[in-house]
Structures are given as C-alpha cells and as structure tokens.
Design a protein around this ligand. Structure first.
Ligand SMILES: Cc1cc2nc3c(=O)[nH]c(=O)nc-3n(C[C@H](O)[C@H](O)[C@H](O)COP(=O)(O)OP(=O)(O)OC[C@H]3O[C@@H](n4cnc5c(N)ncnc54)[C@H](O)[C@@H]3O)c2cc1C
Ligand SMILES: NC(=O)c1ccc[n+]([C@@H]2O[C@H](COP(=O)([O-])OP(=O)(O)OC[C@H]3O[C@@H](n4cnc5c(N)ncnc54)[C@H](OP(=O)(O)O)[C@@H]3O)[C@@H](O)[C@H]2O)c1
Length: 474
C-alpha cells in the first residue's frame, strides 16, 4: 500500500514528506510520471462518479480513491452499527433501515447509466440504491481503483519553486493499523467525503440533567425500538419528517419541534407539532409556552456540519457553514487543484456529481481555464450576497434546494465545462415531486415517473394509489 507498483526505489524520501516541501534536495518519482495523478477521497456516489470520468481518460490520468470503509457506497452502505466502526473510527453512514430515496430514482440517476429496467418503482429502497452504485462500479470497472479501509489523514500543498501550481502530499493509514502512515504525492485532490457525518447538536439548557436518552438521528436505525415511548424530535426537515412518521407507528407520543414556516400541511396530525423547546429538565422538555412534557427520548434531527479534518485551517475556513475560499461551491480559489464534490446541499445529488466529475476532469487536464483569483473571489462573494438578499440565512451559503437555484447553477457549470446542462425535464420533475411531497407527505412515494424526453415525463399511478395533489404540471 502507498507505493505505485514498480516505483519502490523512486519513493519519496522522508525529507520529501515534510511541509513545506524541499524540492531542491530531493528526487521525486512523480516528476517522472507523465500522467496526472488524482487522489479521490471517498468512494461514495461522488467519488465513484469522479473515478468513472477519470478512468475514461486513463491515457491522461492515474486515479485512486481512498475509502476508509470496508465497502464503497458512502452513506448508502448501511450498517446496524452506531458510534464506532470495527476499527474504532466513527461510523460514517447515518442511513437507517427502512429508508426509501426521497426523490424518484429518475432524479437520482447518473446520466448515461439507467436503473435496471425491471425496477418499476420510482422511490426505491436504500438496498436498491446501494446495488445501483455497485452496478455502476462494476459497469465502469472502477473497483480496482478503490482502495478500501484507507483513511486520508492529512492533505497539504507542496509549493513548487517558480510555479503557481502545487502538488499534494496525501497522508494515509490503513484503518486497521493506524500507527502506520504513508505519504503519496498527487497533482489533484478531489474531496468526495460527503457532508452528512458530522452531526450538529445544539446546546440546550438543562440537557445534562435529562435522565432519558439523548441521541442524534445519525444513530437512528430502527423505529421498532421506540415502542411505547414518548419521543421529542428537534429540527424537522428531511430526516425529522421521515423519522417522526416512522417512529409514530410504535411510540406512544411523538412531539415534532421545529421552527419552519413552510412545513408540509399534509403532515400527520397525530404527531404533535411545537416550536423548538428551549430547555430540558430531568424528565422531559419545556415547550415555549412554559408547559413541561415528559419524554423518554430526545432525538436531534438538527442536521450536519461541514468538516474536513485532513485540511488545515490555512487551506479552508468554515464560518457558520460558509466555506471559503471556494469558487462555484467546488473549486479552491487559491489551490484550484483541490476540488470539492460535496459542498452544495439539498439538490439532486447524483446527476450533479456527474456534472462535477466532467468539469473537474476538464479542469485537471487544462481544457477548462479558470478565471483569475480576483474574479473567482468576487464571484463567490456576489453569490453569497445574493443569497442574503434573497432572505437566506448566512448558514445557507451552499444551499441549493429552492426556487431554480440548482438549475441556474447547473447551467453555469455546464457553460464553464463546455458541455450540455442537465435536461430541462429534471427541473420540471423536481418541482412536481417537491410539491407532491409538500402536499401529500404520507403518500408521495406511491407514485412512479417515467422520463419520456428531454423535456417531458409521465406520471404512472400504480393501482390502488391515492390521488396526486401536486399542482405543478407534468
Ligand atoms: C440518512 C440519509 C439519507 C439520504 N437520502 C438521500 C436520498 O434519498 N437521495 C439523495 O440524493 N441523497 C440522499 N442523502 C444525501 C447523501 O449524502 C447523498 O445521496 C450521497 O450519498 C452523497 O455522496 P458523497 O459521495 O458525496 O458522500 P457519502 O455518500 O457520504 O460518501 C463519502 C465517502 O467518503 C468516505 N470518507 C470520509 N472521510 C474519509 C477519509 N478521511 N478518508 C477516506 N475516506 C473517507 C466515507 O467513508 C464515505 O464512504 C441522504 C443522506 C443521509 C444521511
Ligand atoms: N431519503 C430520505 O428519506 C432521507 C431521510 C433523511 C435524510 N435525508 C437526507 O439527509 C440529508 C440531511 O437531512 P437532515 O434532515 O438530517 O438535515 P437538514 O436538512 O440539515 O435539516 C436539519 C433541520 O434541523 C433544523 N435545526 C437545526 N438546529 C436547530 C435548532 N437548534 N432548533 C430547531 N431546529 C434546528 C434546521 O433548521 P435550519 O434549516 O433553520 O438550519 C433544519 O430544518 C439531506 O440530504 C436529506 O435529503 C434523506
């Protein structure tokens, strides 16, 4: 592990591994490499998509993905485990047992790689989604490029004297032998580590006195375990909506506490909605009206925060969920050979990973020329200010999922990369299924969809399904 086959004698010397790198006194094997070496961190859907496009041009690129898990698939690699994994690292995946995808698979497809024809259902299970990712890996023959149980521990730039470009020192360990570290050098680093594994738990006064169970939804797996309990959930968005509805089938009482004004009117009425509780006591929560209710469990469905533990603070800064200095939510402005696939939130992930991959490959081989540093900083600042003017909270700096933001952004990416944007049917279908989810949250996953053209789709109501309520046209 850690050395290219046949490259042993050329391996970087210990002096080479220091930061800043001393180029004048060492001989590095990579100076001999003709190909562009790309390190992909993570082998979830984003990392796999990156590998697909890098390996399609294997005459130019040498690509490896380091994946700390024992299997690829990212979030979709479900495990019953919570807390630490077999090697003592935090379990990455927050996937729970009875999870269906939350957009139809027609919006969760890697372009050019359809789901199996015999899968008629649009809202497939987590197991099917993982199978689809594995089919993708095998179809594009990229399993050989994925190095499992390898964790990336540090990524540092190596300045090259007389050049604006840098190389990257990537420090890795086998997760079963964390005391052993190896360093590899790359031209590009694609960061594909997701953004749903560093849970956020707000500090609620009195929580240390609470005698019941406190948990984050990251550790939720099975609804049956809540049989007969009183449960309060705080933060009701995708997770909170789904999990409270699952738990309500078993629990005695469920309190869904949130601060949203755009909450689905179709949410089941037997789940009591409240504004967020601001205090906890020995036995429960104190609602904003001062009433104390007894609960056995408090589950925080308060989402996740960006975290890049292998990047030092002088490379990126995360300030109230705004990551800087980043151009187009993707490209490091000072070091454009550091590219992130996982910054935007709340959008159609899989099709966009493909767009990122196409663009990143074109940046890496020099086909796409980026604007100047100054122009990129201005663009990033303008984008942020526009969001604030639109009324978004500062921490929504990379949020995509409302109005037509993700589709406008997609057009920008396509223009920059010189390729076609995603077909307009995806935007139409997105609007429709989001409206259906809002209007009909208990039944929206019963409907199936078929893409019939670049701009058209069909709605297929399976026998026995309820009436659709979305007013967005198909
Ligand atoms: C519960 C839940 C349900 C979701 N449901 C949907 C859905 O229905 N539809 C949808 O489109 N999206 C959904 N998502 C969003 C999900 O994040 C994306 O679907 C997608 O998995 C993101 O892909 P990714 O490759 O960027 O990240 P991930 O899937 O998170 O994969 C990142 C990979 O990087 C690896 N990694 C992390 N750090 C390191 C390191 N230092 N070294 C080496 N490897 C590392 C991890 O082990 C992991 O395998 C859901 C997320 C959650 C948490
Ligand atoms: N397939 C599925 O069915 C499924 C299920 C679960 C999750 N997912 C995916 O998983 C990802 C994460 O979703 P998520 O719902 O866990 O996270 P999320 O979308 O970030 O939602 C977290 C929610 O908690 C709220 N919140 C945070 N702190 C709070 C506080 N102190 N008081 C009250 N509310 C607070 C947030 O409000 P603000 O917005 O104001 O910060 C937000 O509404 C998403 O990509 C989602 O699509 C999919």
């Amino acid at each position: 592990m850690g050395v290219r086959p046949g490259a042993k004698e050329e391996q970087a010397s210990p002096a080479c591994m220091q930061h800043p790198h001393n180029f004048n006194n060492c001989f590095c094997w990579w100076t001999m490499s003709e190909k562009i070496r790309v390190c992909v961190i993570g082998a979830g859907p984003a990392g796999c998509c990156a590998l697909r496009h890098l390996t399609a041009e294997s005459d130019k690129f040498e690509a490896v993905s380091y994946e700390r898990n024992i299997v690829p698939g990212g979030v979709w690699a479900y495990t019953d485990r919570t807390g630490k994994d077999e090697t003592g690292l935090p379990v990455h995946s927050a996937m729970y047992d009875k999870l269906k995808i939350n957009v139809p698979k027609e919006l969760q497809e890697f372009p050019g790689f359809p789901y199996p024809k015999e899968w008629k259902t649009s809202y497939i299970s987590r197991q099917q989604c993982l199978q689809y990712i594995n089919n993708f890996i095998d179809h594009f023959n990229i399993r050989k490029n994925i190095k499992l149980h390898i964790v990336v521990r540090d990524v540092s730039p190596i300045e090259i004297p007389g050049s604006k470009k840098v190389k990257w020192n990537v420090v890795i360990s086998d997760t079963r032998k964390m005391d052993d570290v190896t360093t590899e050098i790359f031209d590009f680093v694609f960061v594909c580590i997701g953004h749903d594994s560093n849970e956020y738990i707000p500090n609620i006064p009195g929580m240390e006195d609470f005698k019941g169970k406190i948990m984050h939804s990251r550790n939720y797996r099975h609804a049956e375990l809540f049989e007969g309990l009183d449960v309060a959930l705080l933060g009701i968005h995708y997770t909170g909506e789904d999990v409270s509805m699952q738990i309500a089938r078993f629990a005695r009482k469920v309190y869904a506490c949130h601060d949203r004004d755009n909450f689905p009117p179709s949410f089941p009425s037997h789940i009591e909605q409240h504004k967020p509780f601001k205090r906890m006591t020995k036995n429960g929560i104190v609602l904003p009206d001062g009433k104390e209710v007894k609960v056995d469990v408090v589950m925080f469905c308060t989402g996740y925060r960006y975290s890049y533990p292998f990047l030092k603070n002088d490379i990126i800064q995360v300030n109230d969920e705004r990551i800087t200095p980043i151009y187009k939510h993707m490209i490091h402005i000072k070091y454009p050979s550091l590219i992130f696939f996982n910054i935007p939130r709340q959008w159609s992930y899989f099709p966009h990973f493909n767009e990122f991959a196409k663009l990143a490959v074109r940046i890496a081989d020099g086909r796409v020329k980026l604007p100047t540093e100054k122009e990129m900083i201005k663009d990033s600042e303008d984008d942020y200010q526009k969001r604030l003017e639109q009324g978004l909270k500062p921490r929504y700096a990379h949020y995509m999922g409302d109005i037509d933001r993700q589709w406008g952004y997609n057009k920008d990416l396509a223009k920059m990369g010189g390729f076609e944007p995603l077909p307009p049917v995806l935007e139409k279908l997105w609007d429709d299924v989001m409206d259906e989810r809002y209007m009909n949250i208990t039944h929206n996953t019963e409907f199936n969809y078929e893409i019939t053209g670049k701009d058209s789709y069909k709605i297929l109501n399976p026998e026995g399904s309820k009436t659709r309520l979305s007013k967005a046209s198909g």
